[in-house]
Every structure is written in C-alpha cells, then in structure tokens.
Design a protein around this ligand. Structure first.
Ligand code: XIL
Length: 378
C-alpha cells in the first residue's frame, strides 16, 4: 500500500464534529491596505511595505498576551499581514492526553487573525520537541504511523481552508547525530525511519489541500561548518522529496540570528537559497530575531548593531525571488522567548525585535522597512 492509498483509507474520526468554527476562509475580506499604522513613529506598516513587493510580513503571537494586553494586540494588528502561534499549536498544548485535543487557544488565535484580516500560519505539525508527557509512554514503532497521521488529519481538517501555510515538519536535520543522511535521531525517525517526513506531508495535503506545505529548519544561515552541514542535509532532503513528487511547496528558515556573529556570507547563503528555489520551492523566513546577548550594553549602539543584522540578512534573502514571506518571532521586546533563553549577563532587558517594550518602532523596524522598500517586487 503506498502512502496515498494508506491515507485515503484512513478514517478521520470525528472530523466533521470538529468543524464547528464556521466557513470563514482566507484571504479574508478586509485587506491590510485598509488598515493604518498607529504604533511608534510615522510611516506605513511593515505589512503594507511587504505587500507592495508581493511579500507577506508577520510575527509569532501569544493568545493569552493578545487577550490581556491591548497595546500589544493593536501593534500586531497595525504591523502584521500574517500571524503564527508561538506555542498554541504544539503537541504539548493541543494534546493533553493520547485521546484528547485542546484547541481553545489555537481557535482564538485563528479567529483573531480572521477578524482583523490577517493570514495565519500553522506551526508545527511534526517536531521532536514540545511533545506531551504521555508521548513516550504511549507512542512506539507499532502505533507511531497511525498516531502521526491521525494528529495531522485532525489538526489540518479542523482549520482546513483557513490556513495560509503549515510547518509540516520542523527541524528534521541534525548532522551532529552522525547519520549519512544528516537526519535528526528523533522519536519519529526511530519509530518510522526517514519516511516519516513524506508521510506527514501526504497527510497534511490530504486534510488541507489548498495550504502551502512547508519544511522548516534552523541554523542554516552562517558560513560555519555546522551550518554548512545543515544546509547540505536540508537540500538533500528537499531534493529527495521533490524527486518523489511529495506535496511540499516551501522551505521555512527560522533565522534566529546572533547580533555578534560575523560569519554571515551572503553569497554562500543565497546560493543555497537559489538551489532551493531551483527545486520549484518557495522560501519563507519563519522565525527571525536577532539576539543581543553579547552586544554592548549601550542601547543606541546595541539597537544599531541589531538593525544592521536585520538589514544585511534581509537584503541578501530578498535578492532571491523565491523568498515570499518574512516573519519575526514576536513583534515587541515586551514578549520574546530570548528573555528566557538568551538573557544578557549585565541583566539589561534584551532588544531583539522590531518594536521596543513600549511598542515603539526601533532601528530594527526601520531596517526591515528599508529592506522591504529596497526589494524587487515579486
Ligand atoms: C519556542 C517558543 O518561542 C518558546 O516560548 C517555547 O518555550 C519554546 O519554543 N524553533 C521553533 C519554535 O520552531 O517553535 C521555538 O519556539 C523556537 C525555536
């Protein structure tokens, strides 16, 4: 039985009952051009500047923050054309038990996006991280395929037709694990072998046929041996998927960048991007931020250095026509995962995102705006 036959015979239990959210579809009626920017300094929003060039700009968001913090919610509405949940669609959040699903926060987020005329990305369907506590007690080689397909079918069916793009598989490449194919030795790989990747894409295509299906990965940006090995692994994986006619449409590049890292080689990086584009895939920058952990304490200087990293990186990637979406991992320094994961030794607040912690536009915002303004239309 090939993958398609298998999936066509898979019963999606209760899928009809899960479609209680109505028939809203994207793109919604309210276009971003009808909205005006009100956050920080004057000037058109990042969303409008991006849209003018045939690009989409947006950010990762938190549902609880959107509910509790009107200034943050307004900044998201003002600057973004597309949203992605930072955590609300991860297994750890939506799978409280092996037989139960919890969609409250994800429903809220997609409803917020639709209400404000924003597109919505789903992230991630398959990942080695953020698995729920029950996972390792319940999932093994005998049932992993059925559980993987059931998860993807239910989640994608629930939001089918309303999602711009899905990160179907996240971070499958990990050269340090020593495999010839450079794949990560994750639970999914151990239970199902490397074919779990194509299995996931077939399941997503079946359940949400109009969405863009994305393979997303990290640490491929710099001219270092580690990042070069990851680029090779990612490119080989994509080549194999495309050669097998697997329904994959784009590569997502996380782009969690380092403010102090000087080993960025635009030529080496863009030749990788062009090789991906030559496979017929689009490229999305999915999680961009710039850690200032090791930059000087002075805020003016620090903001300039962070802004320069944004500008240099975006100038390089936007020169490649297959790059269609730019997302930052958060919008305001008020809420960034780097507070916890990359704190500064001097105890000062981190400043990795386009808006500061009062929702005011920073030099990083201006750098992104200028890169969008300078980009060729696509
Ligand atoms: C991060 C979130 O930002 C944190 O809030 C959470 O604690 C851990 O995960 N790559 C990814 C994202 O694909 O899902 C991660 O998000 C950041 C790295």
């Amino acid at each position: 039985m090939d993958r398609r036959t298998f999936l066509n015979t898979t019963t999606v239990l209760g899928a009809g009952a899960l479609l209680g959210m109505g028939a809203l579809r994207w793109p919604p009626d309210v276009g971003i051009a009808e909205r005006t920017a009100s956050s920080g300094v004057d000037g058109e929003s990042l969303a409008i500047r991006a849209e003018r060039k045939g690009l989409l700009y947006g950010a990762a968001v938190n549902w609880s923050r959107l509910l509790d913090d009107p200034a943050y919610a307004q900044a998201i509405i003002d600057e973004c054309g597309i949203l992605v949940p930072e955590n609300e669609l991860k297994w750890s959040r939506i799978r409280p038990g092996p037989a139960t699903f919890e969609f409250h926060a994800a429903d809220g987020l997609i409803g917020f996006a639709e209400e404000h005329g924003l597109r919505f990305r789903g992230h991630p369907l398959v990942w080695h991280a953020a698995l729920p506590p029950w996972f390792h007690e319940v999932v093994g080689p005998a049932n992993a395929e059925a559980i993987l397909v059931d998860h993807i079918s239910r989640v994608c069916t629930r939001y089918s037709g309303r999602v711009h793009s899905w990160d179907v598989v996240n971070e499958a490449i990990y050269p340090a694990h020593g495999r010839a194919d450079r794949m990560r030795v994750s639970p999914w790989l151990e239970f199902l072998g490397p074919d779990y990747v194509e299995l996931a894409f077939y399941a997503a295509a079946e359940a949400d046929p109009d969405a863009v299906l994305v393979y997303n990965d990290t640490r491929v940006d710099y001219a270092t041996p580690e990042h070069a090995a990851r680029r090779e692994g990612v490119l080989r994986l994509l080549e194999n998927l495309v050669a097998s006619n697997v329904p994959i449409h784009a590569l997502g590049i996380q782009a969690h960048l380092w403010g102090h890292e000087s080993r960025f080689d635009p030529d080496a990086f863009t030749s990788f991007l062009r090789a991906v584009g030559d496979l017929g895939l689009d490229i999305y920058i999915t999680e961009m931020d710039v850690t200032d952990q090791r930059l000087p304490g002075d805020i003016t200087r620090r903001d300039q250095l962070v802004a320069k990293v944004y500008r240099d990186y975006l100038d390089a990637v936007l020169a490649v026509e297959s790059v269609k979406v730019i997302m930052t991992w958060g919008l305001s320094d008020r809420y960034t995962w780097l507070k916890g994961t990359r704190p500064r030794r001097d105890g000062r607040a981190v400043r990795p995102l386009p808006l500061d912690d009062r929702m005011v536009r920073k030099p990083a915002w201006a750098a992104i705006a200028a890169a969008f303004d300078a980009a060729r239309p696509r």
